[in-house]
Design a protein around this ligand. Sequence first.
Ligand code: SF4
Length: 267
Amino acid sequence: MFNKVKIAWFGKHLGEEPPLIPAGGIFFTGCNLRCVFCQNYQISQQNLGQFYTIEELAEIMLKLQNIGANNIDLVSPTIWYKQIKEAICLARKNGLAIPIIWNSNAYENLEVLKEVEGLIDIYLPDFKYSNNELGLKYSKINNYSLVAEKAIKEMWRQVGNLRIRNGKAYNGLIIRHLVLPNNIENSFGVLDKIAKINLDIHVSLMNQYSPLYKANEFPEINRELNREEFFKVYDYYKKLGLGNGWIQEEKSQNNLVPDFKKDNPFN
Ligand code: SF4
């Protein structure tokens, strides 16, 4: 096994859901998707970053804990899972006590998820498409929907519903979904799939889409999402009976407002 990982940035990160912040973000270089609208395309597709050994990665985790991060937020970890697994074990041995977040695009091999079972406290997958054709068109991947659905079911099996103590999440699943312009049926399909797994799943519904990177090659997504589209998706989410989680305030990347359907005893 290659014993290094490539990292573009690490530090305290405020752009996550309220019970996760301040997160101890570690942004890994590379990605197994090729999204044409990727806002981090220099990191995911242009190889920005530098190499660190497994021991250095474990030290970074401890450093993030020491500066007050609530958790270790592994962003795009999938392709580096072997090294990450070793680093987590080493950091735990050396005193890492905060939860570990697996922040991925949900395009995961079940074997990988089984390998990290027990090491990951919080899964934070982005469920992008219910329509495989969109996956192929916008992320250059063939069978996204089925793979992501299976992966999310496995994550749910491993950690179950989100648990929060004193305002801080310490275990469980949060599913993110970014609504794309001119594609609200795709969002309806994603929400249908989530609702079928469990209506209590915490969903983070996001409206922050911007036509970045190569989005201008696809006229239908070459604009911002409009309010009407977002609220049609939000209404559908409520109609299904979902509602544990957050919706993003208008045009604010860092401001997710709670949208709990009932009093959550863990809050
Ligand atoms: S999955 Fe996320 S990080 Fe990877 S290319 Fe797509 S938008 Fe970028």
